[in-house]
Every structure is written in C-alpha cells, then in structure tokens.
Design a protein around this ligand. Structure first.
Ligand SMILES: *[C@@H]1O[C@H](CO)[C@@H](O)[C@H](O)[C@H]1NC(C)=O
Ligand SMILES: *[C@@H]1O[C@H](CO)[C@@H](O)[C@H](O)[C@H]1NC(C)=O
Ligand SMILES: *[C@@H]1O[C@H](CO)[C@@H](O)[C@H](O)[C@H]1NC(C)=O
Length: 408
C-alpha cells in the first residue's frame, strides 16, 4: 500500500520500478518465429527486403506491408503516420515525403498523458546508394524483429489488462499497470549525400520536434509524448553473426544489464539457436564425448551484450549518430542496441537477405521478446506450452538434445 501511495505521489518515478523477471518456463515457451524471418518467403521480413528509399515506390510498398501487418495481426494497436517533407542535397529542390509509422498499445483505461511507454524503434528507409541497396541489417531485420516481438506479447497484454481491470478500482488509475508499448518505424534515417546534421535523421528529427510541441492535458503525468517514453529502445545493424553490443549510456545501463542477464539465461537454457551449444548445433563428436562420459561438452558460449558488469568505464553514447539523437537532445532515455564494430556488410551491396544470419535474427527476436515481456511485467500471462522447462530446467534442455540425437 505504502508503495502504491508513494507511486501516486511521485509520478516521475519510472514505471519500470516494477521490473520483474520471467521464469525459465516462460522463457522456454516464447513463441518461435517459425518462418517469419525467411528472407524469401517470410511473412514479416521478406516484404521489407526491397529498396525503400524515401520518395520511391519501395517506400510506399513497405509502408503498406507494415500497415497491413498491424491491421491483420495487431488490430488492437493505434497506428498513425507522422508525415513531413524535406528537400535533400540530391533532390534538386524537390521535397521528399518522410513517413514515420507510430503504433501504440496502451492499457484500455489509460487517459491521454497518463501512460509511460516502452518504445521499440528502428528505421525502415534504405540508403539511396549504392543503387539497389537492400539494408538487411540496416534496418529491415530490426523492423521485423520488433514486429515479431510485439505480436508475441500482444495476447499477454490483453490477458494482463483484462485481469487488472477486473481486480482494481480504476477510478484512481493504476500507476503500476500504466505501461504501454509503442513501435516507431522511422523514415529517412540515411543521408542522401554524406552524413551531416541536416542530411540524416529526417524522420526522427521531425517526430521529436512535433512531439515536443504536442502537449498533453495540463495536469497530465506526462507533459508530452516524448516524456511518455520511459525507454527508447533503438535497434540498428542487427542480423549479422557474432555481434558485440556495448552499453552506451550510463543512465540506462540498468536496463542493458537486465537484457544482458536475459541473454545469459537464454544461453544457459540453450534457447539461442546461434549458440554452438544449441541442441541443433552440437557436433557428432561432442555427442560421442557425451556418450562416453555422460557429460555435454560445452563449447565457448559467445556473448553479445558484453558489458553487463561495466563499472565507470567509457560510455560511448552519443558517439554513434543514429535516430536517438533528436530524442536524446530532449531528455529521452535511450538504450541503443547497435554493434561495435558495425557488421562487415555495413553500407555495402551485400547487406542483403542472403548475408543475414537467420539464427542470429531469430535469437535477437527471442531476446527482445523476453525483454519486452519482463518490462511489461507479463510473467503468468505469456503462453506456456508443453515444451516448458518446468523444474530442473537443465534436465529438460538435455532432453531436447536427446530427442535430437535419436532423430539422427
Ligand atoms: C491514436 O493516437 C493518436 C495520436 O497519438 C491520438 O490522437 C488518438 O487519440 C489515438 N486514438 C485512440 C483511439 O486512442
Ligand atoms: C501521410 O502520408 C501517407 C503516405 O503518403 C498518407 O497515406 C497519409 O494519408 C498521410 N497522413 C496524413 C495525416 O497526412
Ligand atoms: C533457471 O535456469 C537457470 C539457467 O539454466 C538455472 O541456473 C536456474 O536454476 C533455473 N531456475 C529454476 C527455478 O529452475
């Protein structure tokens, strides 16, 4: 009681005070992407793997794909387009259209200005050169990962909010439950000529400026849609094998550490497909070794989020210019998931579907889904299917290996 009174009196405390971890069973039951990310036929990813330069038909086609996804798969989301136009150094004085897609799902009782949100962000435009550039990691795959994660938690949000409504007096609002989920698919991230403060981030700059001016009702907890963003989780350049993602910002390091802890748990549970220790990746010789000494030979497990235990090290935030900048400048908290170094294919013709690592894309989707599940406090609401680990998680994970072995 004391805690909730405190929360009501202190509206600026981050909602994420309630951050709760997901159980092993839930982690093991997160929906598998199936064929979502197939680069030729995948329902989510394949339609994004086309050139989509602002002002070209590809831009519109991909917008329609997103709108259609929300209409058919996430009909409870409020989807709007935030439009702007701008000339670019190469447009010969012509104004190009930039269309950000903003999709939000708030609790059904939420009033305007009373909901803090986790915003999942990626840009969907592709670079105008070299001609035909696809930008699979930059950022088709991140867009697809975000859509998959949103669909994976959508039912759980419904179940949770129905439950909260049934058990609370909503007259006073429910600060702890007032968490929404938002997706920002931004346009015009890429420079047309060479990166400058005016030739880049066209969509992000327009959205941040507009939201700064969009005031919520005077007594609102959150002043404007920018202050409603509890965490701006920006995904970029993801989908190549063996990424290393530092923690860029001190003020969101705790969220980075929470995600790193999830990564580590998913790895111990052998739920990441790109791992050499995933049941599907074990070599015949390691199985042989296991047969001999009854033990699994563990290969060195890669780590993507390498800086979970960083103390007061170097914080590189702000050194990489990306869609977060106009939001950072306005006080929004940023968690930037971008590898350092960038993938080898960065801004090269071969940043295409064929050069994505399918397992890595799926694993990012699993990790982001799990993080959203924890942030939105969805333990108990996510589906738990029969492959749940239950007690003795390690044992069940080994059983998976066994099945794998008998199938061979
Ligand atoms: C959808 O979002 C827009 C823009 O944020 C807002 O003006 C509108 O009221 C929302 N609609 C619903 C049904 O919540
Ligand atoms: C924004 O642009 C899109 C695509 O051109 C268009 O369909 C939509 O109607 C525009 N929305 C507004 C509010 O102008
Ligand atoms: C969850 O999984 C981790 C990693 O395998 C393990 O260390 C832990 O004991 C498990 N927890 C439970 C409650 O089974």
């Amino acid at each position: 009681m004391l805690l909730s009174a405190f929360l009501l009196l202190s509206p600026f405390l981050p909602n994420a005070l309630t951050y709760n971890t997901l159980s092993n069973t839930t982690l093991a039951s997160l929906p598998s992407p199936g064929t979502d990310f197939d680069v030729r036929t995948g329902a989510i990813l394949a339609p994004i793997l086309v050139p989509r330069v602002p002002g070209t038909p590809g831009q519109t086609t991909v917008q329609h794909h997103f709108l259609n996804f929300f209409r058919t798969q996430l009909p409870k989301w409020n989807v709007t387009m935030q439009n702007s136009t701008s000339t670019t150094p190469t447009s010969g004085g012509k104004k190009l259209p930039f269309v950000n897609i903003v999709a939000t799902r708030d609790p059904p009782w939420a009033k305007e200005g009373e909901t803090g949100r986790l915003s999942l962000v990626a840009h969907y435009d592709s670079k105008s050169t070299p001609e035909g550039f696809i930008g699979a990691t930059d950022s088709a795959a991140p867009c697809a990962i975000i859509l998959h994660a949103a669909r994976s938690v959508d039912e759980a949000l419904t179940r949770k909010w129905t439950n909260v409504e049934a058990s609370h007096d909503m007259a006073f609002g429910d600060m702890e439950g007032n968490m929404g989920l938002q997706i920002l698919l931004l346009d015009g991230e890429e420079a047309f000529q060479s990166w400058t403060h005016t030739d880049s981030l066209y969509g992000a700059r327009s959205l941040a400026e507009e939201w700064e001016r969009t005031l919520n009702p005077a007594t609102s907890t959150f002043r404007n849609p920018l202050s409603s963003i509890d965490l701006f989780l920006l995904l970029d350049l993801l989908g190549a094998k063996n990424p290393t993602v530092p923690s860029y910002f001190r003020t969101t390091h705790w969220a980075y550490a929470a995600m790193a802890s999830l990564e580590s748990r998913l790895r111990s549970l052998q739920l990441l497909k790109s791992s050499p220790n995933h049941p599907s990746k074990r070599s015949v010789s390691s199985r042989g070794e296991r047969a001999r000494n009854g033990n699994l030979h563990q290969r060195k497990e890669p780590i993507w989020l390498t800086e979970a235990n960083k103390g007061e090290g170097r914080w590189l935030g702000g050194m990489i210019e990306d869609d977060h900048l106009p939001f950072l400048a306005r006080g929004v908290e940023i968690l930037h998931l971008i590898p350092t170094p960038f993938p080898r294919v960065w801004h090269e013709m071969d940043d295409d579907g064929e050069h994505l690592d399918g397992d890595t894309v799926e694993d990012w989707a699993t990790l982001i889904t799990a993080f959203v599940g924890e942030w939105m406090d969805l333990e108990g609401y996510l589906p738990m299917d029969s492959k749940g680990l239950g007690e003795g998680a390690g044992v069940e994970a080994r059983h998976v290996g066994e099945r794998e072995r008998t199938e061979l």
